[in-house]
Design a protein around this ligand. Structure first.
Ligand SMILES: [Zn+2]
Length: 257
């Protein structure tokens, strides 16, 4: 058993017994060092702090596990975004039977090429029907500039296939949206604030997530595209439809695309 004998205690012989002194060395030397760097935290607190950091890192790994990786031989071609009035935007898109089918991967590569051509910081979502591919697929992101609440986190561009949405409760909120298929305009749209959604990844893996606030709004906007619905259909007050430039000038906010 290790004896806890203080350094420099009355029994000078104990200094020679390194095993005996080890716990004291830890207590006397290491803890003040730790305290210096972690604002007085006790070792238990430090352990908890490290556990939180590891948890955050694991969570990030989970997010990036969905990184969009397509076979090298599949080259995407940018398409034009079709606009309101094109019949494809009013159809229900077809469910994807096999997300790993090369034809589906080609459609996703074309969507990504389209996003890149437009500019990744110029949009938060693109649904396959918007490039005239009537399939249940969309891409979305939650960029840093859209994160302003405690429950929101950024998300890199993510592929969502065959989504199903379920509101967590009835709470809705109004927010300004725009749409690449209705260029130049933005409007105020009510959306569920908290939802749960299920979808398949491009590897066919089934995922269920919760989304809140802006994240929830994007998922609802893009899923509507797969059902032939545009944000204008949901507006409660047509007086709250604006040209984006006038909205920015007179209402001091950046619209959602
Ligand atoms: Zn849209």
């Amino acid at each position: 058993m290790v004896q806890l004998t203080p350094l420099g205690g009355k029994n000078e012989d104990s200094r020679m017994l390194s095993v005996k002194n080890m716990p004291i060395i830890l207590k006397n030397a290491n803890v003040p060092f730790v305290k210096k760097w972690f604002f007085g935290a006790e070792p238990q607190v430090l352990f908890l702090f490290m556990a939180i950091i590891i948890g955050v890192l694991l969570n990030m790994t989970d997010l990036y596990a969905e990184e969009i990786i397509l076979p090298k031989d599949i080259i995407g071609t940018p398409h034009d975004v079709i606009r309101m009035g094109h019949p494809t935007l009013r159809q229900k898109a077809k469910e994807v039977a096999d997300p790993t089918d090369p034809k589906i991967q080609q459609a996703i590569a074309d969507m990504l090429a389209t996003v890149n051509k437009i500019g990744v910081d110029q949009l938060v979502g693109l649904a396959a029907p918007q490039i005239n591919i009537p399939l249940q697929i969309f891409l979305f992101q939650v960029p840093v500039k859209r994160v302003n609440g405690d429950v929101q986190q950024t998300l890199p561009f993510t592929v969502v296939i065959n989504p199903k949405i379920e509101p967590i409760n009835e709470e809705k909120e109004l927010g300004i949206e725009g749409c690449l298929s209705i260029p130049g305009l933005v409007g105020e749209v009510p959306r569920y604030k908290h939802i749960k959604y299920t979808y398949q990844t491009l590897k066919g893996k089934k995922i269920t997530k919760e989304a809140h606030d802006f994240h929830a709004r994007v998922i609802q906007h893009e899923t509507d595209h797969l059902n032939g619905i545009l944000y204008l259909d949901l507006m409660e007050d047509i007086k709250r439809l604006y040209f984006a430039e006038e909205f920015k000038e007179y209402h001091q906010a950046v619209p959602t695309k």
